[in-house]
Ligand binder design. Structure first.
Ligand SMILES: O=C(O)CCC(=O)C(=O)O
Length: 206
């Protein structure tokens, strides 16, 4: 894949050990749903971005909308099983599994090549199987907006601009009662990746 550009923040990563949960912010959305944030969770995010850009199994997927197949506006790399993860992703998976006491058994990586790439408002389909799914997102590269609003509609209630190694965890009833999006952004300064981990059995069964 050709080299995608993104510009590292002038402020640098927070000064904390790699994959540490020091400085974790637990931010309730309401009494049933919550977000955890760890800024700069992967301090060497640039190396991971470059490795995945080069090696991940990128594919351009299509979606059917009103009987037409349309290209999904991002690239997605699906690992067939967690046994197929490269060591760099397996390390993230195992640290998160241990911390949150959950068997993370799926990993997808999304590539937003520029500000035209996006994902529309949605709740993750894992909600169909689990009452209280956890969804983990590690953002690499440029910062993009990540917004949440209630599933019934209404205004944006919470907004983040993850990138550069930040971790966001959606927990509780977030996938059932809230929706999230990474909207198009004409001002986006370059490419962003999101490494996402999910589980198919309830929390506590590691
Ligand atoms: O890229 C992100 O941060 C969100 C990705 C997402 O919501 C999804 O793939 O379901």
């Amino acid at each position: 894949m050709s080299e995608l550009a993104w510009q590292e923040s002038l402020f640098g990563a927070p000064d904390r050990p790699r994959l540490s949960f020091q400085g974790l912010r637990h931010e309730p959305l309401d009494e049933r749903s919550w977000i955890d944030v760890v800024e700069g969770w992967v301090p060497d995010h640039g190396d991971l971005f470059d490795e995945l850009e080069r090696d991940a199994p990128w594919a351009q997927r299509t979606r059917t909308m009103w009987d037409k197949d349309v290209l999904e506006p991002r690239l997605v790399a699906v690992y067939p099983s967690v046994a197929a993860l490269p060591p760099s992703l397996e390390q993230l998976r195992s640290v998160l599994s241990a911390r949150y006491e959950v068997d993370l058994d799926s990993c997808l990586v999304n590539l937003y090549r520029d500000g035209h790439d996006a994902v529309a408002w949605h709740g993750d389909t894992v909600r169909k199987r689990l009452e209280l799914p956890l969804v983990f997102t590690v953002s690499l590269g440029s910062r993009r907006q990540f917004l949440l609003r209630r599933v019934q509609g209404g205004p944006v209630v919470r907004g983040y601009t993850p990138g550069e190694g930040d971790l966001i965890v959606m927990g509780g009833r977030t996938q059932h009662e809230w929706v999230h999006t990474v909207p198009r952004d004409k001002r986006a300064s370059g490419a962003r990746m999101s490494v996402t981990f999910r589980h198919s059995t309830p929390v506590g069964r590691v």
